[in-house]
Design a protein around this ligand. Structure first.
Ligand SMILES: C[S@@+](CC[C@H](N)C(=O)[O-])C[C@H]1O[C@@H](n2cnc3c(N)ncnc32)[C@H](O)[C@@H]1O
Length: 224
């Protein structure tokens, strides 16, 4: 239903009888959609899930946006480098949406946010974000500079600035890296600021999705 509410048009909806009235609010956009009312067993077998969802929609995969359009239309952006686990990408999407980050940039090695596991973890919030994929980090950094974005490289490194001391301006990109090796040197060096979430002594790092949740929340609370 979040995809529908975000303006996406399904090719097919499979639902129970009781859910039909909730679709009438979107009737103007469902004229070309096939709507099938089915019993629990049919809905369970359609998804392969143990639970029979009351409404299931089949949507064309949304197109990514161009980087320039994303940067023109969003002031708070998360950028991922080599985040290849779809569950982590889904959890990051959910936190970004929850804390007002509305753009997501992915490098070539990060997971697809529309992969099934990522979508399920994000609980449909994926449809609220503008998403762009970049193949050249140099091009991305040039575009960010042109648009006056502050670039924060998130790292557990002890010599980075503590999150509580960061004072983000109006346009910010929060960059997060790989579970094993962290952010690539190229991203670290190009960032305006390296930012850490302080942790107890002896802990190596947070999971990348946990770091994203803390950072998005923390930076949303310290504007300027
Ligand atoms: C599991 S960590 C990578 C650990 C790696 N050993 C390193 O030094 O970056 C994955 C990503 O989560 C983010 N992260 C994890 N813990 C963090 C912390 N305490 N402060 C800031 N970012 C953190 C970083 O973006 C990091 O690239």
């Amino acid at each position: 239903m979040r995809a529908l509410a975000s303006g996406h048009i399904p090719e097919l909806i499979l639902c129970d009888e009781a859910s039909l009235p909730s679709l009438t609010a979107h009737a103007d956009r469902l004229s070309d959609t096939t709507i099938v009312v089915a019993d629990e067993a049919t809905r369970r077998s359609a998804t392969g899930l143990a639970v029979a969802l009351s409404v299931v929609g089949l949507f064309p995969k949304p197109a990514n946006v161009e980087l320039d359009d994303l940067l023109a239309n969003n002031d708070r952006v998360v950028a991922l480098a080599q985040v290849d686990n779809p569950t982590n990408v889904g959890a990051i999407v959910r936190s970004a949406a929850a804390f007002g980050f509305t753009g997501l940039i992915l490098d070539a090695e990060s997971s697809d946010p529309y992969a099934r596991r990522a979508l399920r973890t994000a609980m449909g919030t994926t449809f609220d974000l503008d998403i762009a994929r970049v193949t050249s980090s140099a091009t991305m950094f040039a575009a960010l500079r042109e648009r006056d974005f502050e670039t924060y490289a998130m790292t557990p490194s002890p010599d980075a600035v503590a999150l509580d001391d960061a004072r983000p301006g109006p346009r910010i990109v929060l960059m997060l890296g790989a579970e094993r090796s962290g952010l690539a040197d190229e991203w670290m060096q190009a960032a305006a600021l390296r930012v850490r979430i302080p942790m107890a002594t002896g802990v190596d790092s947070l999971n990348v999705a946990a770091a994203a949740a803390v950072a998005c929340y923390g930076l949303t609370r310290r504007n300027g």
